[in-house]
Design a protein around this ligand. Sequence first.
Ligand SMILES: [Zn+2]
Length: 298
Amino acid sequence: MSAPLRLMAVHAHPDDESSKGAATMARYVTEGHEVLVVTCTGGEEGSILNPAMDLPEVRADLSAVRAREVAEAIAVLGVRQHRLGFTDSGWPDGGAPVPPGRFATVPLEQGTERLVTVMREFRPHVVVTYDENGGYPHPDHIRCHEVSVAAFDAAGDDRLFPAAGPPWTPLKLYYVHEWCELRMRTFHTALLAEGLDSPYHEWLDEWADKPGSTERITTRVPCGEHFPVRDRALLAHATQIDPHSHWFAVPMRMQQRLWPTEDFELVRSHVDTESPEDDLFTGVSAFCSRKREERIPG
Ligand SMILES: [Zn+2]
């Protein structure tokens, strides 16, 4: 194998790392690469979405419970985690403003500086985050996108955030697309053809209004054999993931046969590459060895 490379995935809440690009991370870990998940908030404002976990003792201490859940998921995926330490903004009721002091309302520079510090320490070759719509429009997801893009652009510039450590320029930035319309339609059709229930009717009806879709995908990473690991990581988030819910509507074998990839959109690259790609690290090893050679006088 070529030299190990480093991948950083920046997520808004505990559980997002297990639903967006998790099998890709598991695959890269298996291949000997280093993967760091950065979780921007503690998920303190999340609701309990699994009725079996809606218990007084869980409600009383949700942030500690979620911290234990994410620790388990991180161990299942075999990655490392860094908590950025911001407070969950919550989902504002009826468009109410996010209260001050939450991740979405602290100045963008603050989040950017913290993430730049982690980037300069971990020195990722590739960074993954959400698109400008956040994957779904939770204020923390939008802010996670903004902070990640700003940090990606700033980390290599020694004039910016000089207290955050020596500069490091990550080479590629991707948005993870958890769903694209074609993937959902493919599963929907296959479920109906086998006489199974599809949870996707409404989503597909509404898809026309949703931003982000199949055409944006530049990179499909084969990782079907790691889907069971992804599911185990998801289930570790017991307050968030109901084992009887839509997350598990598509039989594993159907997923692995019909759509054995996770899908990404390349938005910045300092290395030579062409889409479509099948690997987030395409072009990175070649770039790194060329750089090493250039430094060694002939
Ligand atoms: Zn989230």
